[in-house]
Write a protein that binds this ligand. Structure first.
Ligand code: PEP
Length: 252
């Protein structure tokens, strides 16, 4: 049975009490299975979520991490601080951070290093815009994003990361990429990484798909050989729909 990783990205949503109530409601709805699930929550809710999910297999992570360890960086949160509250992973380079906060691939490379040094699993988000897709630049855009953000990592570090392929035009639009197209792109990503870091590491590396994943399209997406999980925004905010998607992953 394949072990998928199903991750909810709550973005700028949910207070501490709403977050913990979500987990209380979620756990009884989940079936047993090898596939893992996680929630990328606002910083403020991380500690309470870690406590609420203790003893379960739900992973808690952040939606961002600083490229700095400590010092005079007002407003930043370090990997060590995130690890200190018990969280286990961090999203890095979500398209909303690239678009609204102008995070560059070079900065993301530093964040990935810091996340790894702080003991977090980085989930690097990559994806092309609609204009880049229409200009047939998908492969070059993705390879460039991967190269710049991951170029400094060694094989060992590569075995501790995840990739989330999220075409920007599919995020929050209700128009997911087709399973066949995602499969094709994930295979290109995996082959590119294998050429750089070797097949052994890259064939075990998890490549998640994100972009309008819902209970009614997740099964077909996860049935593709190179789709190892999903990063889910809108449909992860409702406990029933998130539970349904995790349970589908656990059935396949
Ligand atoms: C996301 O924010 O990472 C995402 C994929 O959002 P949505 O599922 O709402 O498209």
């Amino acid at each position: 049975m394949k072990e998928f990783f199903i991750v909810g990205n709550w973005k700028l949503n949910k207070t501490i009490s709403e977050s913990t109530q979500f987990v209380k409601n979620l756990m009884p709805l989940l079936t047993q299975g090898t596939s893992r699930c996680g929630i990328a929550a606002p910083f403020t809710a991380l500690e309470s979520l870690v406590k609420e999910s203790k003893g379960t297999d739900l992973l808690i992570g952040s939606q961002n991490v600083s490229d700095q360890k400590d010092g005079a960086y007002t407003g930043e949160i370090s990997a060590e601080m995130i690890k200190d509250v018990g969280a286990g992973f961090a999203l890095i380079g979500h398209s909303e951070r690239r678009q609204f906060y102008h995070e560059s691939d070079e900065l993301l490379g530093k964040k990935i290093k810091r996340a790894l040094m702080g003991g977090l699993i980085p989930i690097l988000c990559i994806g092309e815009s609609l204009e880049q897709k229409q200009a047939n630049e998908v492969i070059s855009v993705l390879e460039n994003q991967l190269d710049k953000a991951l170029g400094a990592l060694n094989q060992d570090e590569m075995s501790s990361i995840c990739i989330a392929y999220e075409p920007v035009w599919a995020i929050g639009t209700g128009h997911a990429a087709t399973p066949a197209d995602v499969q094709k792109t994930h295979k290109i990503i995996r082959d590119f990484l294998a050429r750089k870091w070797g097949e052994k590491v890259c064939y075990h590396l998890k490549i998640l798909y994100g972009g309008s994943v819902k209970p009614d399209n997740i099964r077909e997406l996860l049935s593709q050989p190179d789709i190892d999980g999903a990063l889910i925004g809108g449909a992860s905010l409702e406990v029933e729909s998130f539970a349904k998607m995790v349970n589908i992953a656990r059935e396949i």
